[in-house]
Design a binder for this molecule. Sequence first.
Ligand code: UDP
Length: 192
Amino acid sequence: IKRIPILGINFDCLTNAEFFQQLQHDLNKQVRRFIVTANPEIVLYARQHPQYAQIIKQADYVTADGTGIVIGSKLLKHPLPERVTGFDTMNQLLHLANEQHKKVYFLGAKPEVLKITLAVIQKNYPHLIIAGAHDGYFKTAQPIRKSIQQANPDIVFVALGFPKQETFIYQSYQNSHAIWMGVGGSFDVLAG
Ligand code: UDP
């Protein structure tokens, strides 16, 4: 995959279709992956926080989740084909998980929001297996990490907002074969 550096972040030069195809392959092969869908806030935050930038560097995929980033890439004469958002990517993965009866873990959001999110998921994706879930307001990460490990999911969605979600993923994903992705406020959007 070609990478395009913009403001210190290396973005993958992929269309949505190409990215989804890649994810389908990863899911089938059970390759461990760390996805960052970087919006402008993430890019600016990473510029001011080298430790966070370092974590983003470890990601397997970094997509441009913002029109401004795509426009910027064109001005810099290394054009990214299009915007690849976190919400679309999550929905695509949910769709694949449903088709292939994959196990998904949901971490994040307020308890009452998460409950509704899970109900919506169960209704819209009846063949997807909810491997486990926990709200995003925990004190210590270790028990959550352990519960994810025991659930042995194929996909882990982490909705803690940045930079928490990427930090959590970076500290948790090493010994798994799952696709991990920070999804910001997407659980709230799904819950309506
Ligand atoms: N959140 C959480 N734990 C926290 C802080 C935030 O679970 O300690 C959740 C919050 O409830 C929301 C999500 O993280 O569901 C992301 O919120 P926000 O819209 O601020 O994130 P962004 O999309 O801007 O990254």
